[in-house]
Structures are given as C-alpha cells and as structure tokens.
Design a protein around this ligand. Structure first.
Ligand code: PRE
Length: 355
C-alpha cells in the first residue's frame, strides 16, 4: 500500500470519526431531554427493558465485520455514558449543588457565622447533669468557643446503653448555655420533636443513624432553625447530599454538613474519616462542612493531627466531644477529651492559625 493510499484511508477515518462524534453528541442531547422527562415524572433513569429492545434491534441489523459481542459492548458503553450524563444533569439541579448556588452558604447561629471562618463545636457526648455541662461550658468560654454540643436523645447501638435524659437534658443544656452565653447544638431523633426543639436548641442535629430518616429530614425542612446533618455510617457523598436536599427543598436552607467517618474494615479506628469528602463536598455543594473528629476516630490520641488535617482540607469547623471526667462518662468514654486535652487541642489549632 502506497503512502498516498494510507493517507487517503486515514482521511476517510478522520471524516467518520467526526461523523461519529457528531452523532454521539446528537444522541446525548436527546438523552438529556429524555432525562428531564424522567426526572419530572419521577421515573428511574436506568431502563433495562428499553436497553434490551435497542440491543435486539442493533444485533438484528449487524452485518459485520464487527461481531455481535463487540458491537453490543460498544453500545453498552454508550448507554452507560448516557445514564451518567442524565445523572450529572440531575445532580446539577439539586438546590444544595454549587451549580445552583455558586456562593458559599453562611449559617448564622447567634453571632457565629458558620462557613466564613473555622469554628469549634464542643461538649459532652451525653448530657448527664447540670454540673457536668457547666464545667465543660466554662472551659469552652475560656477558649473562646461559642457553640456547645450535648446529647439528650441518644440513639445507641444497644438498647441497654444509656439513652439520654431526653427533654430534661435539653433543659439543662439551655440553662447552662444561657448562663455562659453559648449556643446549643443537640440531636433530635423524633420528627414530632422537631417543632418543639427550637425552644431549647439553636442548632438541631440529625445524627448519622438518621441521615436517611426521611420523615425526620422533611420535618427539619419545615423549621427555621439551622440543621447540622451528619453523614450516615455507610452513606456515599451523593446520598449525603440527597439527604441535605430533603431539608433544603422543604424551605430550610440553613444546613451544615458533618463528615464523621464511614464504616470500613479498619479496626484501629472506630470509623474511617473520609477526608476526601471535605474538598469534594465543598466543590459540589455550597453548604458548610464540619468534621467530627471524635466519632470518626473513636480515640483521642490523634485529635490534634486529624483536626489540623480537616481544617487544612477546607473544613469550616471541628466538632469534638469533651467531658470533665471521660472514664466515668455514660457514653463514648474512650473518645471524649478531658479539659486539659481540649485545651491542648485549642492551643495547637490556634498556634497553627486555624482559629
Ligand atoms: O430511553 C431511555 O429511557 C433513556 O433514558 C435513554 C437510554 C439510552 O441511552 O438510550 C439510557 C438509559 C436507559 O437505561 C435506557 C436508554
């Protein structure tokens, strides 16, 4: 074959490549329209029956030289890419996405603006007594921390573990926080309690185990109180953002996301802190992201490095458990910092210019 022949054939291939490119993108435009209709009608995007019909038609018309398997493999790739395209289009439409809202959302709690500069949320895992909460509150104020956390309703793995003081616990938190000029973050587990929660708390926490409790998410969307939503134990980032969308789409735009580690095979930490989730969520969404260094690690000896890593990765703040006497705590004794350890954490973060 002369060089000229080769060049001519390659010129034909170039031409066909452009035709294929044009046709693939023309197909993609139609796929986007189909995707829009499916989203409006709440239809699943993946349609195996439709794919089977197309495959049968393509196979019946395949005259080679490619064999059926090769052709089907190529078309399956096109169907897969089409599904991905519909998925991307759908995610772009989420209210929590940056595409819909390019500016950072700032959640205001008292005089704290979450999403502007790093903040610290600290306090005991469970509210045990007024005295216990007051001791921690005093330490927080000394360190310039404005938000106290404490669990009153505790969703525990074992039904025999301490379940929290309930409303009594919320009352203690409110009283102590008011005495010390702090704002309260506390978990609500029952949709029926969302309405009364703002009487006691300034930020309603929805815990990891309830990230996909859709009735709770819907109820949280109907109040004006900021919501702190924790990532589920085995939730993908996409599922996490969809959970936030439940709240935002009902009207409550004041949502803070918390990366708290996901369950993996690793045994030396309670969960695996998905540090990558921080910059990825910040890129995909306009909502502030906070890292819970206590539940992710389940141990306190690494509190300082993981807090620094989280803030360096772009987190809008840190959440940490602090107890006056962790060994006697009624829950999560191993992961709560004592007051000295908390002071060391704050000193280290201030020294690194994060606060
Ligand atoms: O026809 C549809 O319902 C589409 O969404 C389009 C399409 C395709 O690529 O042709 C994409 C995904 C579905 O699984 C089936 C078909």
């Amino acid at each position: 074959m002369s060089n000229q022949e080769l060049e001519e054939l390659r010129a034909k291939v170039d031409e066909i490549n452009l035709q294929l490119l044009h046709l693939i993108n023309k197909r993609a435009e139609i796929i986007q329209e189909i995707g829009n209709i499916k989203t409006k009608q709440g239809m699943p995007r993946f349609d195996p029956i439709r794919e089977r019909e197309m495959i049968d038609k393509i196979r019946a018309n395949n005259n080679g030289p490619f064999d059926d398997n090769t052709i089907l493999h190529l078309f399956k790739q096109i169907f897969k890419a089409s599904l991905d395209l519909q998925e991307v289009d759908n995610n772009k439409k989420l209210l929590v996405s940056r595409d819909r809202h390019p500016e950072d959302t700032i959640v205001t709690v008292g005089d704290t603006e979450i999403g502007k500069k790093p903040i610290m949320i600290a306090g005991p895992c469970s509210v045990e007594s007024e005295e216990q909460v007051s001791i921690v509150a005093k330490s927080l104020v000394e360190q310039g921390v404005k938000l106290i956390r404490g669990g009153a309703f505790k969703p525990r793995t074992s039904p025999y573990d301490f379940q929290g003081l309930g409303i009594e616990g919320l009352k203690i938190l409110r009283k102590v926080a008011d005495n010390y000029g702090l704002k309260v973050v506390s978990e609500i587990v029952n949709p029926a309690d969302i309405e009364i929660a703002p009487e006691y708390v300034d930020v309603i926490q929805i815990g990891a185990r309830n990230m996909q409790n859709f009735e709770l998410l819907k109820a949280a969307g109907q109040v004006n109180t900021p919501i702190l939503l924790k990532r589920g134990l085995a939730a993908t980032i996409e599922e996490f953002l969809f959970a936030a969308e439940y709240i935002v789409s009902r009207g409550n735009t004041q949502v803070i996301l918390v990366e708290r580690g996901i369950r993996t095979y690793e045994k030396w930490t309670r969960n695996t802190l998905d540090i990558l989730a921080v910059p990825i969520i910040k890129q995909e969404s306009h909502l502030p992201v906070i890292v819970d260094i206590s539940h992710s690690a389940g141990r306190k000896d690494v509190a300082i490095p993981i807090a620094k890593a989280a803030l360096a990765a772009g987190a809008d703040g840190i959440m940490v458990e602090v107890h006056p006497d962790p060994p006697v705590a009624l829950s999560d004794a191993n992961q709560q910092l004592d007051l000295n350890e908390f002071n060391s954490l704050m000193t280290a973060l201030k020294k690194a210019n994060f606060f």
